[in-house]
Design a protein around this ligand. Sequence first.
Ligand code: PLP
Length: 385
Amino acid sequence: MKFETRSIHISQEPDLSTGAIIPPVHLSTTFYQEIPGRHKGFEYSRTQNPTRRTLEEVLASLEDGNFALAFSSGCAATMAVLSILKTGDEIISSSDIYGGTYRIFEKILRQYGITTNYVFSNDPYEIKDLLNERTKIIWIETPSNPLLKLYSINDIASIKRSNTILVVDNTFATPYFQRPLNHGADIVVHSSTKYLNGHSDVVGGAVITNNEDIYQRIKFYQNAAGAIPSPFDCFLTLRGIKTLSIRMERHFENARKVYNYLKNNRFIKKVYFPDIENDEIYKRQMAGFCGMISFEFGNDYAQTEMFLKSLKIIKNAESLGGIESLICIPSKMTHASLSYEEREKRGITDNLLRLSTGIENAEDIIDDLSKAISLSMRNRLNYEI
Ligand code: PLP
């Protein structure tokens, strides 16, 4: 079965007792045991739940993985993966990552004696130089948040040590455009809050792997620590996933149009978007990009703020990957947990904006950007006069 068909049909046969085409939402917290231990595979909903199991089977199938586990947020999924580590272990991470992941590395793991070293380029040899017997995890986001850098999963997989686990956060690309397990990653992590659910109404996360030992360890943690998604959130995410393919096509198409507009606008200083015609990493591991574009606008914060205030369709808000266009200032919002110095080292300037292009009509999105740029430029000139 092809991806689009799997996203609709895998593990979602008509309900046996009623014939319902859409599987019911199983809200029950507990399940009947004829005698202790004799049951239909479900005991208590933190441990296993039928609606969550369906979501996990769909996620495993879409990532071409054997096992998947769903969590109550992307950060909960990240913590579950990191539960594999113990004091003295080290992580090598791409420097450009979601601010909340950086916060977990620095504010939670460091106090337990687990340290993270960052690589600032996408050259795998920079990772090779840092690798040692204590390196247990290499963590990359590709495309990365917020600068949209690409890392070669295959090259990094080929230089890692046998006891190092390569984790790829695939939140931005989604399995529709990139399947990291097929390129040598050991674990895929998602914030399903974003494109997978796609409608900005569920916070969720996921871990997918082919390695049974890793799966069992993270499954143990899922039950023991308990950061599971509610059955209703699983149902909504399953519903969102059914339209993932068409949404991703439209996000990508709109993003390309917006990129062409922004790169030709003389007031936009810098635009971050991959060179999809020529980028070798893109061509090797991705079948498309996503709706994300980052760019620098404004001579100072007041002008950037004026621009945000002038937007009518695109809303200034955290998060990304929903059907509606959202914009944010990473330095003040998603990446505020990094100090000014840490942001500067990474190139996250105070006038960097991160746009999540929605699936509205592209002309309306461009028109909104264009009017807000003109308005904030005009106000600036008036102010200077
Ligand atoms: N990974 C990436 C790339 C993200 O952008 C985010 C959140 O923005 C997360 C993980 C964390 O996910 P959540 O907000 O669902 O906890």
